[in-house]
Write a protein that binds this ligand. Structure first.
Ligand SMILES: [Zn+2]
Length: 161
């Protein structure tokens, strides 16, 4: 599956909640998302990035594929860190993004089981990044105000826009 790039409108939308456990299409969606993520060498992917406006993410930061439905960042740790982030939907640039170092993320498996993930460092960052996608938020939106214009210009140049 091809990854959509900014400024595709589906990337800016609010994705819809899914019904894990009853929605039999979720398994196939997750399979396609994982295949796409690995093909693009990503560590995470949200369904809107392949044009499906549903609240489903996949990620793999430790050689274990995981999928989460309706993820919510339930708790943000106080400690923040700025790290450069890339995004398969915003190719060609890196954006310094401030995020919580630790988060608690809740959601469901595709079978409908509730899960709570206590994450830190890269996993915490990936979960915040992918959950942002479900709310139509991209790394360009998270860029520091003083860098935003130059990053947008660099993005447009890198992508022939
Ligand atoms: Zn992304």
């Amino acid at each position: 599956m091809e990854v959509l790039h900014h400024p595709s409108p589906v990337l800016k939308g609010q994705a819809s909640e899914v019904d894990p456990g009853t929605d039999s299409g979720l398994r196939e969606l997750v399979r396609v998302m994982a295949e796409t993520m690995y093909a693009e060498d990503g560590v995470g992917l949200a369904a809107p990035q392949i044009g499906v406006s549903k609240r489903v993410i996949v990620f793999d930061v430790d050689e274990n594929l995981a999928a989460l439905c309706n993820p919510v960042i339930a708790e943000y740790g106080e400690e923040k860190a700025v790290e450069e982030e890339g995004c398969l939907s915003v190719p060609g640039i890196q954006v310094p993004v401030e995020r919580s170092v630790r988060v608690v993320c809740t959601g469901q498996t595709i079978e409908g089981r509730d899960v709570t993930i206590e994450a830190e460092y890269l996993l915490a960052r990936v979960l915040q990044h992918e959950t942002d996608h479900l709310n139509g938020v991209l790394i360009l939106d998270r860029a520091p105000a003083e860098l935003r214009k130059s990053l947008v210009r660099a993005y447009n140049e890198a992508n022939g826009l």
